[in-house]
Design a protein around this ligand. Sequence first.
Ligand code: FAD
Length: 555
Amino acid sequence: MAAQIMPMPDIRGEAFPVLTAEQISRIRPLSKVRNVNVGDILFEPGDTEVPFFVLLSGGMEIVQPELQGERPIVKHEAGEFTGEISMISGRRCLVRGRVTATGEFLQMTNDELRALVARDAALSEIFMRAFILRRVALIRGGYGNVILLGSRHSAQTLRLREFLTRNGHPHAYIDLDTDKSAQDLLDHFQVKPEEIPVVICDNRTVLRSPSIQALARCLGLNEHITASEVRDLVIVGAGPSGLAAAVYGASEGLDVLVIESDSPGGQAGSSSRIENYLGFPMGISGQELAGRASAQAQKFGAKVLIANNVTRLNCEKRPYELTVDCGQTIRARSVVIASGAQYKKPNIENLTQFEGQGVYYGATFIEAQACGKEEAIVVGGGNSAGQAAVYLSQTASKVHMLVRSGKLSDTMSRYLIQRIEENPKIEMHYCTEIVALDGDSQLERVTWQDKNAGEISTYDIRHVFIMAGGAPRTEWLNDCVAMDDKGFILTGRDLDPVLQDYHWPLPRAPLMLETSLPGVFAVGDVRAGNVKRVAAAVGEGSIAISLVHRALAEL
Ligand SMILES: Cc1cc2nc3c(=O)[nH]c(=O)nc-3n(C[C@H](O)[C@H](O)[C@H](O)COP(=O)(O)OP(=O)(O)OC[C@H]3O[C@@H](n4cnc5c(N)ncnc54)[C@H](O)[C@@H]3O)c2cc1C
């Protein structure tokens, strides 16, 4: 009989498959048999290195311990297996597993499971699909070890929600603007308004307006990663290019560490739907793409350190040394710089005051929720702005698209131009720029100028999505590698005119994606001459790995 799962009838079969006797016989040689008795607790929330179990006989239940009692999640029977994505990522377990019927289980360590997954493609597919779907079920069901109590008017609430969501970390969100009983609870604990949002982490620790670093620490998201060893490859940035490099590097046997200042996904993670990435005819949200890519990288053994900003590359030292803002120094024989780009902030005096409180730099479900049915402004004339306008028009009453030049970008996809032109809710304003933002704690009014007519108009619009211009994220590199006049990193033949100034030490010329430092590569949107596409970023990430092998062989 199949597992009984709570809220996900549509995925039951794939999330909780029953293994055949033949499949179990392939697992048996790598595992040991464990006799279990009713009431045995096999794992608890917060445990690390939780074993993987296949039930030969007997039964077990998976529950979520809560402040008051337990919430049932699923019951496993003979032929089924335990685990979800933390089994691959190495992060802390989120649930409790208790034996409900005496029997025999096969037990494997995380490393043994990873070895099995690496050599048995059919089992790998079954496990990975189940682990991902189970994580999705936990997220959709509001399970997990985090409760976030916040307000839609608080920038820090938005930041934490984005962080948890983009990391695929199951959590419950309580909106204090609508749930008055939760507000009473906060009053009871004397939480001051400036301490909101509040996070109850692991059912134990109460964090008041924490940073993403503090939240990541409390959840132990990075505790399975050590900084002491010299890595074959350190990748800076977990956008599409960095994750692609991680998948190819780890699958080809390199010891790979990815360091990400925020959450995996990069710019693509802030996209509601990517429709032109090969293989996804229905489109895929940036977040889902990033979640799958992270799981894939970790399946092959890559480690992903999140909420850690690289602040410096020490190019004098070999192996290279990277300084992380938590104070750690990480050493690497080779480096892939995949730190991407971010929107240029327009020159508006009080812009930062409204960031997260009416001014947003992404357009996913969370920001769309903040905007609700109100009018919105999207600034920009490129693909990402077009995508945001179309997406927001599904919920907003009207979307004003403000474009600085006289037309949409030449690089905007044809399908997007057509959707914008045919959408009655989107109004175009060419040669127009925002000149002022007004409000108290929340954005309340926007003033823009039509540069052709010279006309200045003010509107009561409370939501502005800025999606214009791409500035490279190379501030942390100082003068370590050669860059163009806009700060994008020069690679390969583009280095010819400046190579002498950077004391290139080798008899050979830099390889295709290699920077002016041997063994340091740049890929994706951070590279001079990039094309700002997910597919190109992924392609460059994979090409870089074949070049990393060559560079490592020279050491
Ligand atoms: C809203 C939006 C929609 C888009 N839609 C499409 C689309 O439909 N199709 C398409 O092909 N392209 C699309 N793009 C473009 C595409 O997303 C980018 O080309 C792609 O994400 C570039 O990938 P990347 O890995 O090079 O850089 P990024 O995606 O920019 O990722 C860089 C990562 O590095 C991290 N980082 C930066 N500095 C540091 C540091 N010092 N330490 C640690 N980490 C650091 C960042 O936090 C980030 O996660 C869209 C972009 C946006 C913004």
